[in-house]
Design a protein around this ligand. Structure first.
Ligand code: L5W
Ligand code: ZN
Ligand code: CA
Length: 541
């Protein structure tokens, strides 16, 4: 009968009470009743129907003194019926611990035929005078005496099934590093235990497999594999999302999406509407070597306030904002529109005055302190780099001559759309000691040595045919366009051109046509004519 065992607790307690009342304490203290639960015991129930106790307390909840673990065994034996637990096979001793108050705590794990019921403990608490003052934990009054399954699966098979279930390549997760003594270690921990797992009221013999690793993402997988059939009974990744705070490069305070795993918070954002994650690394790896992507930027308190963390805070935060920009404005899911991970590495190189998209991730230098400070500190630079990734998956503009200058220009143009407070690029981190300047200006490219008209096109072979110089011409055309038809129509036109009309070897004239065509598609002839004028004004026809 369901719930039978603990319905009887009240009866037993009442019985015991009448014993005390009629026979007195002395007579109750015979061998039979010494360890029985006393009527003073107060019971907290796990459920509203009072079938599963969770906490039993009282100043002296059994009359006998508990001087050793043997006495606890006697307590359980005398209350076998009450708890529905046969101590010899259904209770496994785990530990005995005495605290600073002189109290002793005996921990057990409930079991079925000596196989532990997972994630369950019963703890018996004894005060300094050896009085039993509390018993609490997971009592499982409805557990069967026997599980239905028998162990047919080998341990290794269970582990293999767990890896298969999470779809991670074990070889990749088994990332090696050398500790301080030069000993090779792995970031991977693999554990398995044969247990009984309770899931939705069912008790199943299972392997509890634990897979813990930091690559390709921080994970603490807990997976239960049916020991007979090999089916997954239950699985969960116990790493959890958190919200941290950090200081940005310019000293501002930002809220960050982080991940908690193994007592550590990671710059690892799983909150975006995609399969992939946004993750931020420090180039200096845990191995003490420099390798991309480096090691995760972490903090034990979820407060990323240190000097070294500032560059990571901004790279992480702005990558999230750029994701949101593309998602909210165009419905684009990450740079590949397929939810790819957005990975950034900060502190790249040494005094490196640059940032880049390197095909699968972004890198940010620290700058030399006079030309640049940490480059991830500029939201428009982050948007510029991530737009290179979008361009790669879409038009894939070849990075030389006019198509290369268009590639650069589209990155600047979307950096403007994203950070439209000014027409400058890189102003937040450029020449940290000087204000008002920047790397480039879209409204006046000539201010920073770029041409703003085809008459001044620079026919150089340097910098892949002047990709960062001649981008001034399409940048000025974009400025003219936005001034004429507004930002909101312009960004849709630019996005449509980049994703539908431009091709790898498009030149300036093709870009003019692609944008006119997109403008016509979206908003009609009059807007298309405005786009045409914007390009005519920079000498591109
Ligand atoms: C500075 C760092 C990268 C220059 N990349 C660039 O192609 C940079 C934008 C800001 O132009
Ligand atoms: Zn660029
Ligand atoms: Ca700017």
């Amino acid at each position: 009968m369901k719930n039978k065992k603990f319905k009887s607790i009240a009866t037993v307690v009442t019985l015991s009470a009448s014993l005390i009342l009629s026979g007195g304490i002395a007579s109750a203290k015979n061998a039979e009743t010494e360890w029985k639960l006393s009527p003073e015991a107060k019971i907290n129930w796990k459920d509203s129907s009072s079938t599963t106790p969770s906490f039993i307390t009282g100043s002296n909840i059994a009359l006998g003194k508990i001087k050793s673990e043997k006495d606890v065994q006697k307590f359980f034996k005398d209350n076998e019926e009450t708890f529905g637990i046969k101590p010899s096979t259904e209770l496994l001793f785990v530990s005995e611990e005495t605290d600073d108050l002189g109290m002793t705590h005996y921990t057990y794990q409930p079991a079925i035929q000596k196989t532990p019921i997972d994630q369950s403990n019963i703890v018996v608490h004894v005060d300094a005078e050896k009085n039993l003052v509390a018993v609490n934990g997971e009592f499982h009054p409805n557990a069967p005496k026997k599980v239905k399954q028998s162990k047919k699966l080998a341990k290794q098979n269970a582990i293999d099934k767990a890896w298969k279930h999470i779809g991670v390549d074990r070889g990749k997760a088994d990332k090696k590093y050398k500790d301080k003594l030069g000993k090779e270690k792995s970031h991977l921990t693999e554990k398995d235990n044969l247990v009984v797992v309770e899931h939705d009221g069912e008790y199943t013999l299972a392997y509890h497999v634990q897979l813990q690793f930091v690559d390709p993402y921080p994970a603490n997988w807990q997976i239960w594999i049916n020991a007979e059939t090999g089916d997954v009974v239950q699985s969960e990744n116990r790493v959890h999302e958190a919200t941290g705070t950090g200081y940005g490069v310019l000293g501002d305070t930002k809220s960050l999406n982080t991940y908690f795993y193994n007592n550590t918070y990671y710059l690892f954002d799983t909150t975006k509407p995609m399969n992939g994650v946004i993750q931020t690394f420090d180039y200096y790896g845990s191995t003490g070597t420099y390798n991309l992507p480096g090691s995760y930027m972490t903090d034990t308190g979820n407060t990323f306030y240190s000097e070294r963390q500032k560059a990571g805070v901004d790279a992480h935060y702005y990558a999230g904002e750029v994701f949101d920009y593309f998602y909210n404005t165009f419905g684009r899911v990450s740079y590949d529109n397929n939810g790819a991970d957005i990975t950034s590495t900060v502190h790249y190189g040494s005094n490196y005055n640059n940032a880049a998209w390197v095909g699968n991730q972004m890198i940010y230098g620290d700058g030399d302190g006079s030309t640049f400070t940490y480059l991830s500190g500029a939201d428009d630079i982050v948007a510029h780099e991530l737009t290179h990734a979008v361009t790669s998956t879409e038009a894939n503009l070849v990075y030389s001559n006019q198509s290369g200058a268009l590639n650069e220009s589209f990155s600047d143009v979307f950096a403007y759309f994203f950070d439209s407070e000014d027409w400058l690029i890189g102003e937040d981190v450029y020449t940290p000691g000087r204000s008002g300047d920047a790397l480039r200006s879209m409204s006046d490219p000539t201010r920073y040595g770029q041409p703003a008209h085809m008459n001044n096109y620079n026919n150089t072979t340097a910098d892949n045919g002047g990709v960062h110089i001649n981008s001034g011409i399409p940048n000025k055309a974009a400025y003219n366009t936005i001034n004429s038809i507004g930002k909101s129509r312009s960004e849709q036109i630019y996005y449509r051109a980049l994703t539908l009309y431009l091709t790898p070897n498009s030149n300036f004239s093709d870009a003019r046509q692609a944008l006119i065509q997109s403008a016509r598609d979206l908003y009609g002839t009059s807007v298309a004519n405005s786009v045409a004028s914007a390009w005519s004004n920079v000498g591109v026809y």
